[in-house]
Design a protein around this ligand. Structure first.
Ligand code: SF4
Length: 471
C-alpha cells in the first residue's frame, strides 16, 4: 500500500517515467486551456469566487450548527444518518448495512471520500462484489491503482495503455478507438447496474436547510448507481455542507469550469430521501454516512480550517508545476497536488506527511486559480512550520538551520562563511560551480560571488545615498 512516507521514492520513479510525464502534461495543459476559455465568458468571475469563499467560510465557522440542521432535515426526509469518527468506523457502518440486507453486489460511483477510507478493499475482503462505474475509476480499478487526479482518475494513462488493459482484462478484440472502448465498458457496467443490491456514491454538496444531497457527474453512472439498487449509501466528509439551494447555484457555476473546463456539468442529482410509494421506483432506503476522519482536528485550528472549504474541483492540480511533472500517484495518497499536500499532514499526521508540503515551488498559481480562494501557499508554509516545530523535519535541514541560526547571530562568523566559499571556489575549482550530491545531478549550482554579499550590499547602499543627494 502506497504511503506519503515514501514520497521521495515515488517522485524519483515518476520523474523517470517519460510516458507518464507526457500524459499528465498533455491532460493538464488541455484542461487549463479549456478552463480559461470558459472563465473568460463568465461575467463577475472574481465576485463569484468571493461569494463562494464567503459561503464556505460561514459554514466552516459554524459547522456544528449546520450539521445538526442537516441531520434533522435528513431524518424528516426519511434518510438514515450515521456518524463515523474515522475510516474504520465508516467501513463498519457500511458493511453492517450491507450484511443486514444480504447484499452481494455493490456498484459505486466516483467518490474520493470512499477512496480515503479504503471502502472497496473492505467490502471485497468480506465477499461483496464491488464495482466502480465511473469510466476513469473503472479503468483504475481494473489496473489495481488509486486515482491520480481528483476529477480525472485515469489522467496519467494513454489511450494505448487503456486499450491494452481492456484487451487483457475484459477480453475484447484490441482497439484504440475511444468509442469502441466506451461501448465495451458500457456493456459490462450496464449488466452490473441491473443486478446490484446496493449503490454507493460520494456527495459534492449537502444542503443543510432541506436535508438534500447533491451528486454531480457527466456520465449518468452516478444516477444509475443511486436510483437502480434498492439501497443507496452516500458517504460524505462533514465539510461538504452549504446552507441551502440558493447557495448551490453559485457553486454549480464554479465547479464545472474549474473541474473539466465545461460551462455546466451534464447531470446534477438532488436526493431528498428514499423513493415515495407513488413513484414506484428509486431506492427503498437512503443512508448517509457523515465522516470525520481528522476533519474536526483541522476545524479546531483557526489558521488551517480554511482548507475544509475545498470543493475538490482539481483546478489547483492542473496549474501546479510540480503535479504537472509527477502526476498524482507520487503523492502516495488519494489527495494530491496543492490541496493534497495540505491535507496529508493534517489527516495522516506529521510523521507520515512530513515530506508532502515540500512538493511545492511556492509559485502561487494554485491560489490564483482556486475557485473558493483558499490560500493554499499560505497553508503550505504553515504546514512546513508546524512540521519543523513538532520536530519532524529532516536531520539535514535541522543541522543546516542550526548552522544558519548561529551564523546569523554572530556577525564575524557570518562574514567568514559568506566570503570563504567564493574564495574556495576560485582557488580550487577555478570558478567552476560546486557539485552537490543529488542537487547538481539535474542542474548547476549557482556560483558564489567572490566579493561577498556584504560588500555588494554596502556598495548598493552607497549608490542609493549618492543618488538621493544628487536629486
Ligand atoms: S483547493 Fe481549490 S482549486 Fe484545489 S481542489 Fe480544492 S477547491 Fe479546487
Amino acid at each position: 500500500m502506497a504511503s506519503p512516507k515514501y514520497i521521495k521514492k515515488y517522485v524519483r520513479q515518476a520523474l523517470k517515467d517519460a510516458v507518464l510525464r507526457s500524459a499528465v502534461d498533455n491532460a493538464t495543459q488541455s484542461t487549463v486551456e479549456a478552463r480559461q476559455e470558459i472563465i473568460d465568458q463568465i461575467p463577475h468571475w472574481e465576485g463569484l469566487r468571493q461569494k463562494c469563499h464567503a459561503i464556505k467560510k460561514e459554514v466552516i465557522d459554524h459547522l456544528d450548527r449546520y450539521l445538526e440542521q442537516f441531520e434533522d432535515q435528513c431524518i424528516q426526509n426519511g434518510i438514515q444518518v450515521h456518524w463515523a469518527i474515522d475510516g474504520r468506523e465508516a467501513q463498519d457502518i457500511i458493511l453492517g448495512i450491507a450484511r443486514e440486507h444480504h447484499v452481494q453486489k455493490v456498484v459505486k460511483s466516483k467518490s474520493l471520500t470512499t477512496e480515503e477510507i479504503q471502502l472497496n478493499q473492505k467490502l471485497i475482503e468480506n465477499g461483496i462484489e464491488t464495482l466502480e462505474t465511473d469510466l476513469g475509476e473503472y479503468i483504475i480499478q481494473l489496473m489495481g491503482q488509486i486515482p491520480s487526479h481528483l476529477v480525472i482518475p485515469a489522467l496519467h494513462l494513454t489511450r494505448k495503455q487503456i486499450a491494452k488493459l481492456f484487451h487483457e482484462k475484459i477480453g475484447n478484440p484490441y482497439t484504440e478507438d475511444p468509442t469502441e472502448l466506451l461501448k465495451v465498458a458500457r456493456k459490462k457496467l450496464r449488466e452490473k447496474f441491473l443486478s446490484a443490491d446496493m449503490g454507493i456514491t460520494g456527495v459534492n454538496f449537502a444542503l443543510a436547510e432541506t436535508g438534500t444531497i447533491c451528486v454531480i457527474e457527466n456520465e449518468a453512472n452516478a444516477h444509475l448507481t443511486l436510483s437502480l439498487p434498492n439501497i443507496h449509501v452516500a458517504v460524505m466528509g462533514i465539510e461538504k455542507l452549504i446552507p441551502g439551494q440558493k447557495d448551490l447555484s453559485y457553486f454549480l457555476n464554479l465547479l464545472a469550469p474549474n473541474a473539466t473546463g465545461q460551462k455546466s456539468s451534464t447531470f446534477i442529482n438532488l436526493i431528498g430521501g428514499p423513493s415515495r410509494e407513488k413513484y414506484g421506483e428509486g431506492p427503498k432506503e437512503v443512508h448517509i454516512v457523515l465522516l470525520d476522519n481528522g476533519r474536526s482536528n483541522l476545524l479546531k485550528d483557526p489558521k488551517m480550517r480554511e482548507i475544509l472549504s475545498c470543493i475538490r474541483c482539481g483546478a489547483c492540480l492542473n496549474v501546479c508545476p510540480v503535479y504537472q511533472q509527477i502526476g498524482g500517484h507520487a503523492y502516495g495518497w488519494v489527495y494530491m497536488g496543492p490541496i493534497g499536500i495540505n491535507l496529508i499532514p493534517q489527516y495522516l499526521g506529521k510523521a507520515v506527511g512530513r515530506y508532502a508540503p515540500y512538493l511545492c515551488s511556492l509559485c502561487k498559481a494554485c491560489f490564483e486559480t482556486c475557485p473558493v480562494r483558499i490560500n493554499l501557499p499560505g497553508h503550505i508554509l504553515q504546514n512546513r512550520k508546524d512540521i519543523v516545530q513538532s520536530g519532524h523535519s529532516q536531520w539535514v535541514e535541522k543541522i543546516g538551520m542550526s548552522v544558519w541560526g548561529f551564523c546569523a547571530k554572530h556577525p564575524l562568523f557570518y562574514r567568514f562563511v559568506t566570503w570563504f566559499p567564493g574564495k574556495l571556489q576560485k582557488l580550487l575549482l577555478k570558478e567552476k560551480p560546486f557539485l552537490v550530491p543529488g542537487y547538481t545531478r539535474e542542474r548547476a549550482f549557482a556560483s558564489f560571488d567572490s566579493k561577498g554579499f556584504r560588500k555588494q550590499f554596502h556598495r548598493y547602499l552607497h549608490q542609493q545615498d549618492s543618488f538621493s543627494k544628487r536629486s
